[in-house]
Design a protein around this ligand. Structure first.
Ligand SMILES: [Ca+2]
Ligand SMILES: [Ca+2]
Length: 78
């Protein structure tokens, strides 16, 4: 029963995960921004070119606002 309960809790957590949670999951080193390596680890289809398009301030990393814009523009899966 304990195992079933844990699995149920984990499933509920996954189902209620927000876009922000997905971003954190991609943030492998936990610094709050996504590098192209971190993005491609989760979304292999995203190219350097589309990463540059998403990197609005061209600092080489995607912050929360840039990720949100990319998702709203359909450049990154939400
Ligand atoms: Ca990071
Ligand atoms: Ca940026």
């Amino acid at each position: 029963m304990k195992l079933i309960t844990k699995t149920t809790v984990a499933t509920i957590a996954l189902l209620s995960a927000s876009a922000a949670f997905a971003q954190l999951a991609a943030d492998a080193n936990g610094d709050g921004v996504l590098t192209i390596d971190e993005v491609q680890a989760v979304y292999p289809d995203i190219t350097a070119e589309s990463f540059s398009t998403m990197d609005l301030n061209a600092d080489g990393a995607l912050d929360e606002a840039e990720v949100q814009s990319a998702q709203e523009a359909g450049l990154m899966p939400a």
